[in-house]
Design a protein around this ligand. Structure first.
Ligand code: ATP
Length: 235
């Protein structure tokens, strides 16, 4: 479904992503893990169209979407949850959720069904639907931005560091949410520093180091690598 070939991302002279290739098949949950600064977020943001590719390509269902405008890429079927986790604090949880459906004007019935589905899958959001999103805890805000991204009915969901800055018990809840979404059939590319958690939900994983793919395999294969910490820590 998603094919990244020899992708490069640069910030001026800095080559953050140095020709990486990865694939995510329909219904798969693929983790992209690695140390700080390995280039994971840059890869994700380039797929999402927020950063231009310096080289290489991104295809979705065979269609070239390399360096498309972010909105075009959302319309093609890729929704992104950046690590900034931005909610509109003065809008209610429900209003924030509905904003995720902005590309689906004219599909009132489908949007209403998806809203009901999200609120039933994630009761914590349903309980808080009428309250300003700014009053939610960090974990609840993370749930909201993931559910909001799902409102565009994406083929592929890109998640950037959903565990960032959250307490372990909350991280567990977020990963339960990701597992629930996977069961609904959505294809997910998950960027994470929390390797154990990422591998616990992933089918396959790629390890990034210094802008390149250092290892790839099933989640079990990557988890079993004895030199894993060396790969992450860049040792
Ligand atoms: P983290 O988990 O810390 O976000 P990451 O693996 O997602 O790490 P990136 O954020 O993609 O890594 O960063 C890759 C490299 O690009 C790093 O060396 C980083 O310093 C550099 N970089 C990222 N954003 C910029 C920017 N806006 N300008 C210059 N360099 C940047």
């Amino acid at each position: 479904m998603l094919e990244v070939e020899e992708l490069e991302v640069r910030y001026g002279a800095i080559r953050a992503v140095r020709g990486i290739s990865l694939r995510v098949a329909s219904g798969e949950l693929v983790a992209l893990v690695g140390a700080n600064g390995a280039g994971k977020s840059s890869t994700l943001m380039c797929i999402a169209g927020a950063l231009k590719a310096a080289a290489g390509s991104v295809h979705l269902d065979g269609e070239d979407i390399t360096s498309g405008k972010p909105e075009t890429i959302v319309r093609r079927g890729i929704a992104t949850v950046p690590e900034t986790r931005d909610v509109f604090p003065d809008l209610t949880v429900d209003e924030n959720l509905m904003l995720g459906s902005y590309i689906r004007r004219g599909d009132g019935k489908g949007v209403a069904e998806d809203r009901a589905r999200m609120l039933s899958l994630f009761p914590r959001l349903a309980e808080r639907a009428a309250q300003p999103a700014g009053t939610l805890s960090g974990g609840e805000q993370q749930m909201l931005v993931i559910a909001r991204a799902m409102m565009s009915r994406p083929k592929v969901l890109l998640l950037d560091e959903p565990s960032l800055g959250l307490a372990p018990v909350i991280v567990d809840q977020i990963f339960e949410m990701i597992a629930v979404l996977k069961k609904t059939g959505v294809t997910i590319l998950l960027v994470e520093q929390n390797v154990g958690k990422a591998l616990s939900v992933a089918d396959r994983a790629y390890v990034m180091r210094l802008g390149r793919i250092a290892a790839s395999g099933t989640a079990a294969e990557i988890g079993a690598q004895t030199d894993l910490s060396a790969l992450y820590l860049g040792a």
